[in-house]
Design a protein around this ligand. Structure first.
Ligand code: SAM
Length: 238
């Protein structure tokens, strides 16, 4: 299993680009998923390749939560980049997505990577419908939160979502990447969240260990924005 194989098998131009809502629509047929892979697969790969080349993840027990995961491309790219030792350190992947057909495909793809080594959980919800309980897992292990071309979408309350994420005590790493744009949400949502988490009023709730926003041009010449945030939640009862 690899991103390139997924694209070789399923990427197809059905002339449905106009129905993808600039890539942000909740897709309802396998053909639209194939079209998404064809139209937006190269951009997704180029964005993550740039972001992941800046990071080193030491294999340690982790859980991954992929928000608005679509067909699971970002988690697949993460696995391809960091390889088998990293995959072996994963205990659980939670896939969250409002499109049933996309979520089913994401579950199947990520289960292939798992080969029964880690648990794959699928949650068919929008961001606003997520409960803090959906995000609770084992304490004491690192949780990687993946936002691939979804943090910029203005259809949900991103502050409330972060509040729910930070109900879980322990170490968290947010990895987010999107097309860099300034309309209908866009990159300001990244910057607003970073400003909020750095507000000293939250210092009894969590400690910010690292935060960085990059704006860059990825391999396909398109502008992108990425945010890496590492925090430790001290008291998850806020
Ligand atoms: C641009 S696609 C990105 C998909 C996937 N993360 C990737 O990078 O391949 C945006 C995704 O966000 C999902 N989405 C749209 N609105 C959403 C919402 N309010 N809550 C959760 N997901 C949403 C869509 O169904 C779609 O899968």
């Amino acid at each position: 299993m690899s991103f390139d194989n997924i694209r070789r098998i399923a990427s197809r131009d059905y002339d449905l680009w106009a129905q993808l809502g600039r890539g942000r629509a909740v897709l309802d047929t396998p053909e639209k998923l194939d079209q998404y892979l064809y139209s937006y697969g190269p951009m997704t790969k180029a964005q993550w390749r740039t972001l992941l080349s800046e990071l080193s993840l030491i294999p340690e027990p982790i859980e991954i939560i992929d928000y608005g995961c679509g067909q699971g491309l970002a988690t697949a790219l993460l696995f391809d980049h960091f390889g088998d030792d990293f995959i072996k350190s994963v205990q659980k992947v939670v896939l969250i997505e409002p499109s049933e057909v996309a979520l089913r495909r994401a579950g199947a793809i990520i289960s292939c990577y798992s080969a029964d080594q880690f648990q794959v959980e699928t949650i068919n919800k929008t961001m606003d419908a997520i409960d803090a309980e959906d995000l609770l897992g084992k304490t004491g292990i690192l949780t990687n939160h993946i936002f691939s071309n979804v943090l910029d979408i203005d259809g949900y309350d991103h502050f409330k979502l972060l509040e729910k994420i930070f109900q879980r005590k322990g170490r968290h790493c947010i990895l987010a990447v999107s097309h860099d744009r300034s309309f209908e949400g866009g990159s300001s949502r990244f910057k607003d969240l970073e400003t909020a988490v750095c507000d000293p009023q939250y210092s009894e709730w969590f400690t910010v260990q690292q935060t960085q926003i990059w704006q860059f041009e990825c391999g396909n010449g398109k502008p992108a924005i990425a945010w890496v945030l590492e925090i430790e939640v001290i008291d998850g009862s806020f």
